[in-house]
Design a protein around this ligand. Structure first.
Ligand code: CP3
Length: 363
């Protein structure tokens, strides 16, 4: 292991270690008393309490009822004892006000009923109804009122590329053939689509920030399907515009993708405050690619949560040691918690992160 050099936070404002939540401070690369921790998909089917709620409501029903969405968000964060709560919602919700119907089919994931394939399909998409997503903002208000400054509150949306890929493929995809066909073959339609997505997502994020989100995470979950040259030519600018628009609202941005080892330097060039790292690369290597001007979030393999606790502890400590106490590390997984994950192992990781001391670990 080759820990990266500890350097002071770039922002040298007079500042005590207690101002702001630990999570928000780490996003801004300010010193913290210990590494903050939360988990991608921390509210989900692995948790008994969530499965109970799901017996009576569909996923979309939970998202659309602010009281339920807030309860699911709060229950997960409190049960795990994490430092941040991500609002319970879904990446695909903005499709509906744009005029695309979708549903979640058991075992299949999301299905968009009339996927976009041509410029004629893109043209009627609406950009003036982001307010229809205000139910997410109402849920954030409830979560923010509950936690106040004790926890960081994370709002989120999809990145333009990842959202466009769902709209075009009609669901998950292995090879992203239709997406890339539009990207390469009708670049004008592709750019119009990304522009429309950016308009809606900017307003959606604004609703979330006004409601009390401290940070916005932009999920570019499928960006790893792109070669670096294609990311640079077809997706980077759209992500950068969204990052800047959200930062102008006064909150930091976490920009996350999967299978991004070859893309990290370019992803960091979007200007996002924090880059989410997947687990395929050691944290210190990923941070070097991202550069010292950004915080990083990650990067335990979610399937390590099925390992014996000694193995789990080894991996957790390796990540913390390779961050080396440098300001700007948020502990997380490299992708979401999967169903059937033992909840006690997730809780054990929280305890390990909370009790970790860099100097003691070196003895
Ligand atoms: O706790 C949290 O992380 C907040 C909740 C959250 C959900 N979706 C709820 C959900 C978040 C942050 C998302 C984001 C999301 N949605 C992403 C980006 C994150 C990532 O994993 O990269 C993506 C790609 C989606 C789209 C999506 N939603 C898929 C592909 C699926 C099906 C996958 C599966 O495991 O079935 C969903 C459904 C979904 N969204 C679930 C949850 C808890 C599970 C299904 C359910 O409860 O019925």
């Amino acid at each position: 292991m080759n820990p990266i050099d500890p350097i002071p936070a770039a922002d040298a404002l007079p500042d005590t270690i207690l101002d702001g939540s630990r999570f928000l401070r780490a996003c801004l690369r300010r010193p913290v008393d210990r590494t903050p921790v939360w988990f991608l998909r921390q509210a989900g089917r692995y948790m008994q309490e969530y499965r109970e709620v799901r017996k009576h409501h569909t996923l979309v029903e939970i998202c659309k009822q602010p009281q339920l969405a807030a309860e699911v968000t709060i229950t997960a964060a409190e049960k795990l004892g994490v430092d941040a709560a991500i609002i319970f919602a879904d990446l695909l919700l903005p499709l509906e006000p744009m005029g695309l119907d979708f549903e979640f089919q058991a075992g299949e994931g999301p299905v968009v009923h009339h996927p976009l394939r041509t410029a004629e399909d893109v043209r009627p998409l609406r950009t003036d109804r982001a307010d229809d997503l205000a139910y997410v903002a109402r849920a954030i208000e409830k979560v923010a009122a509950h936690f106040r400054d004790r926890l960081g509150i994370i709002g989120f949306c999809g990145a333009p590329y990842t959202l466009a890929s769902y709209m075009i493929e009609g669901g998950g995809s292995k090879n992203f053939i239709h997406t890339k066909q539009m990207m390469y073959g009708d670049t004008t339609a592709w750019r119009i689509l990304l522009d429309k997505i950016i308009v809606v997502l900017t307003e959606y994020c604004r609703l979330q920030v006004q409601a009390g989100a401290d940070v916005i995470q932009i999920f570019d979950s499928w960006v790893g399907s792109l070669a670096l040259a294609d990311y640079r030519d077809y997706a980077f600018e759209a992500s950068s515009r969204l990052v800047r628009a959200v930062q102008q609202m006064g909150v930091p941005v976490i920009y996350f993708g999967v299978e991004t080892a070859g893309l990290l330097t370019q992803m960091a060039a979007t200007g996002a405050d924090v880059i989410g790292l997947d687990w395929r690369q050691p944290l210190d290597e990923g941070w070097r690619a991202v550069g010292p001007g950004h915080a990083v979030q990650g990067n335990l393999d979610p399937i390590t949560l099925f390992a014996p606790v000694e193995v789990l502890e080894l991996r957790v400590r390796e990540i913390l040691r390779s961050a080396n106490g440098r300001p700007g590390h948020i502990f997380n997984l490299g992708h979401g918690i999967v169903p059937d994950t033992p909840v006690e192992n997730v809780q054990a990781v929280v305890k390990m992160v909370k009790e970790f001391r860099l100097n003691a670990a070196r003895d």
